[in-house]
Design a protein around this ligand. Structure first.
Ligand code: ATP
Ligand code: MG
Length: 627
C-alpha cells in the first residue's frame, strides 16, 4: 500500500481510520465513540471503551506464545542476562501486582519508579498498569533534587526503587538519593519498595517506610491479580520531559489511544511482527523506553530486548553481538550512541552476523549526516531518523517501512506519521510556508491517539505551553523545520535555539550542520553569546576525531567554512576545541548551560550531566583567550 493513500485516509477520515486500527487490541468493552473533540484542543479517543495495557501486553499472548521470550534483560554492568517468557512475565507481573495490592496501591494512585533497565522495572510498570495505578518512571540517572521535583508533582503513594544502578562498572547506590529526595519533597510517599540486586550492601532501612520486594514476592507466591478494566481515557502513566528547556512537564498518557498507537506503530513504522525481536537501547526512564522497550513490543507479541550498560562494554561490539544472538530484526537507538561507536573500529560491527537485522531507527536529537552515513555504511541497512517528543509518545515524523519504504534522505526524519496532521508555518503569521522555507513545525489538533492528553494536574500549562503560540489552535512542537518539494521534513533545531546577530536570526543548528560537515569534526555545539555591539554572537564548541596538531589552524578553517557557507554574519566569534561536550544522560547537549557559562551566569541544574569533567573543561577554555 502506498504511504500517501493511507496517510490521507488517516487525516481525512480519522474516525473510520482509527476505528479500524483499534481492532488490533483487545477491548473488554468496545468504544462507544471513536473521537470526542467537543472541547478543543482536549480530545478523547475511543470513548467508553474499556481496556488495559497490561492485559494487551501480557495476558493476551500467554495462550498462543507462552513459551516465547517476551523480555530479554541484558546487563553488561552486572553480567546477568535474564530471559523471560510470556508465561513467566505473566507470573512475575501478577506477583508484582499482588505486592502492590498489599501495599494498598489501587486504581488512580501514582507510583514513582526509580530503577535502571532491569527486568523488575518492566514488571513494576506492567503491574501498575494491571491494577490501574499510574506509574511515573524517573530516569535512574537523575539525582535527588530531580526525583524530589517529580515526587512533588506526581504525589505518589509508593516509590519503587532499585537498591542501586551501575555505570561503567561503578555502583551507584539509589538509597541515599531516595532518602534525600524524600527529605526534600513536600509530599513524600508513605512507602518505599526496594528491589535489591545485592549491589548495595549498606542500604539502611527507614523503619516503617521501607519495604523489601524479595520478602513480599515470596509471600505472594503465584498469586494472580485480576485486571482492572479502565476507560480508554483514564491516565495510564506520567512521564516528565527531559527539562532541556525548563521545568519538566508531566506528560499524561491515556490507556486505549496509547495501546492502539503502540500496536499500529509496531507494524507500520517498526515492521516488527509477533514473534520477532525488537532491541531498543533507550532507558525505561525515557519516552522511547516506555514505548519501544516495553509497551510497543509486548503489545505487539514481540520479544523486547532491554540493555543496561554502556554500548562499549565489554567492547564496542556488545550490541551487535546481541543482535546476532537473539536475531534482532528492528533496532532503535540514538545518534549519540552511534557517535560513541563511531570512535571505534568498524570491525566491531562487521564481525557479526547481522543478516536478520532489517532496520536501525535513531531518535532523540538531530541525526547529522556524517553519523548517518557512517552507520549506514557499516551496517548496510536502512538507518531511519525518527522525530518525536516525550509529548507525542511515538514517532511524529518517520519513514514507514511496514507500509511503504520510501528512500532515506539523510538529514530528514521523513514524513508525518499516520494520524499526524503537520504543517510548517510562519512563526509570525501562522501561515503555512512554501516548500524549502523555514518555519515552526506544528500539529493541527486533535492530536492522534497515543499523544499526551494533558499536563498532569495542569490543563492550563498544557494549553499555555503547546497551544498558545498562534491565533489558530495549533500544537507547537517548538522546533524549526523545513519541508522540501518531495515532502521530506528537516528539523532545524529548537525555536529557542535561535540567535540574533545584528538583527539577523540564525539557527544554531544551521551553523552546527556546516561545522559537522568537516570530516575531522566529531561533535559540535553552537550557542549565542551576548555581545554589546551585535546582540549575540555564535560561539562554537567542537570535538575532533583526532587531536589536532595545530588547533589554531583548525579553528580558523572551521570559522572560514561557516563564513563560506552561511555568510559573514554567521562568523563564529570563538571556536573552542575541547575533548567532550556537556550532555545529559539521554545524550542531549546542554546548550543552555554552555551559554550560561559563556555569559558568566549560573549554569543551572547540572544533576543530569553525564560527565562532570566536560563542564570543567568548558570552564577552563572559556577563561583562556579563544582561537
Ligand atoms: P523539554 O521539553 O523538557 O525541554 P526535551 O524537549 O529535550 O525537554 P524530549 O521530549 O525528550 O525532551 O525531546 C524532544 C525533542 O528532541 C524534540 O522537540 C526535538 O527538539 C529533539 N528531537 C527528537 N528527535 C529528533 C530528530 N530525529 N531530529 C531532530 N531533533 C529531534
Ligand atoms: Mg521538549
Amino acid at each position: 500500500m502506498d504511504y500517501e493513500a493511507i496517510y490521507r485516509r488517516s487525516i481525512e477520515r480519522p474516525e473510520e481510520f482509527w476505528a479500524e486500527e483499534a481492532k488490533a487490541i483487545y477491548w473488554h468493552t468496545p468504544p462507544r465513540q471513536i473521537l470526542d473533540y467537543s472541547n478543543p484542543p482536549f480530545r478523547k479517543w475511543f470513548v467508553g471503551g474499556e481496556t488495559n495495557l497490561c492485559y494487551n501486553a501480557v495476558d493476551r499472548h500467554v495462550g498462543e506464545r507462552g513459551e516465547q521470550l517476551a523480555l530479554v534483560a541484558v546487563s553488561s554492568e552486572t553480567g546477568v542476562t535474564r530471559e523471560v517468557s510470556y508465561a513467566e512475565l505473566f507470573r512475575e507481573v501478577n506477583a508484582f501486582a499482588a505486592v502492590l495490592k498489599r501495599l494498598e496501591v489501587g486504581r488512580g494512585d501514582r507510583v514513582v519508579i526509580y530503577m535502571p533497565n532491569m527486568a523488575e522495572a518492566v514488571f513494576a510498570m506492567l503491574a501498575c498498569a494491571r491494577i490501574g495505578a499510574v506509574h511515573s518512571v524517573v530516569f535512574g540517572g537523575f539525582a535527588a533534587h530531580n526525583l524530589a521535583l517529580r515526587i512533588d508533582d506526581a504525589t505518589p503513594k509508593l516509590l519503587i526503587a532499585a537498591d542501586a544502578g551501575c555505570r561503567g562498572g561503578k555502583v551507584i547506590p539509589y538509597k541515599p538519593l531516595v532518602d534525600a529526595a524524600c527529605a526534600e519533597a513536600a509530599s513524600p510517599p508513605a512507602k518505599v519498595l526496594i528491589v535489591s540486586r545485592g549491589l548495595d550492601a549498606a542500604e539502611p532501612r527507614v523503619e516503617g517506610r521501607d519495604v523489601d520486594y524479595a520478602a513480599l514476592r515470596e509471600q505472594v507466591g503465584d498469586a494472580q491479580v485480576p485486571v482492572e478494566w479502565l476507560e480508554s481515557n483514564e491516565p495510564s502513566y506520567l512521564l516528565y520531559t527531559s527539562g532541556t528547556t525548563g521545568k519538566p512537564k508531566g506528560v499524561q498518557r491515556d490507556v486505549g489511544g496509547y495501546a492502539v498507537a503502540m500496536a499500529q506503530s509496531m507494524r507500520t513504522v517498526f515492521d516488527c511482527a509477533p514473534g520477532q525481536v525488537m532491541f531498543s537501547t533507550s532507558d525505561v526512564g525515557w519516552a522511547v523506553g516506555h514505548s519501544y522497550n516495553v509497551y510497543g513490543p509486548l503489545i505487539g507479541g514481540c520479544t523486547a530486548l532491554l540493555y543496561e550498560g554502556l554500548p562499549t562494554t565489554p567492547d564496542a561490539g556488545a550490541w551487535w553481538a546481541l543482535c546476532e544472538k537473539y536475531g534482532v530484526r528492528t533496532m532503535f537507538s540514538s545518534p549519540t550512541a552511534i557517535r560513541v561507536l563511531k570512535k571505534h573500529d568498524i570491525g566491531f560491527i562487521r564481525d557479526h552476523d547481522l543478516s536478520r537485522l532489517k532496520y536501525l531507527f535513531l531518535a532523540g536529537e538531530p541525526l547529522d549526516e556524517p553519523t548517518a552515513v557512517w552507520i549506514n555504511g557499516a551496517l548496510g541497512k536502512p538507518v531511519i531518523d525518527n522525530y518525536w517528543q516525550t509529548e507525542t509518545g511515538w514517532p511524529a515524523l518517520t519513514l514507514l517501512p511496514g507500509v511503504d519504504m520510501k528512500p532515506v534522505k539523510f538529514g530528514s526524519p521523513g514524513f508525518p506519521n499516520l494520524g499526524y496532521r503537520m504543517k510548517v508555518i510562519d512563526e509570525r503569521t501562522g501561515v503555512e510556508v512554501a516548500a524549502g522555507r523555514k518555519g515552526v513545525l506544528v500539529i493541527v489538533p486533535p492530536l492522534p491517539p497515543g499523544c499526551m492528553t494533558t499536563v498532569w494536574n495542569d490543563d492550563a500549562r498544557f494549553l499555555q505551553s503547546y497551544f498558545s503560540h498562534f491565533d489558530e489552535l495549533l500544537y507547537s512542537s517548538l522546533d524549526w523545520a523545513i519541508r522540501d518539494e518531495e515532502g521530506y521534513t528537516f528539523i532545524l533545531g529548537r525555536t529557542d535555539d535561535v540567535i540574533n546577530v545584528a538583527g539577523h536570526r540564525l539557527g544554531t543548528r544551521e551553523i552546527e550542520e556546516v561545522i559537522s560537515g568537516d570530516p575531522g569534526v566529531a561533535e559540535v555545539a553552537v550557542i549565542g553569546v551576548h555581545d554589546e555591539l551585535k546582540g549575540q554572537l555564535p560561539v562554537v564548541f567542537v570535538t575532533m576525531r583526532q587531536a589536532p596538531q595545530d588547533p589554531c589552524a583548525v579553528a580558523a578553517e572551521l570559522r572560514q567554512r561557516v563564513v563560506r557557507q552561511l555568510g559573514a554574519v554567521a562568523r563564529p566569534s570563538r571556536v573552542h576545541i575541547v575533548n567532550a561536550l556537556p550532555k545529559t544522560r539521554s545524550g542531549k547537549l546542554l546548550r543552555r548551560s554552555l551559554q550560561a557559562l559563556a555569559e558568566q551566569r549560573d549554569p543551572g541544574d547540572l544533576s543530569t550531566l553525564d560527565d562532570p569533567n566536560a563542564l570543567e573543561e568548558i570552564r577552563r577554555v572559556l577563561n583562556m583567550p579563544g582561537e
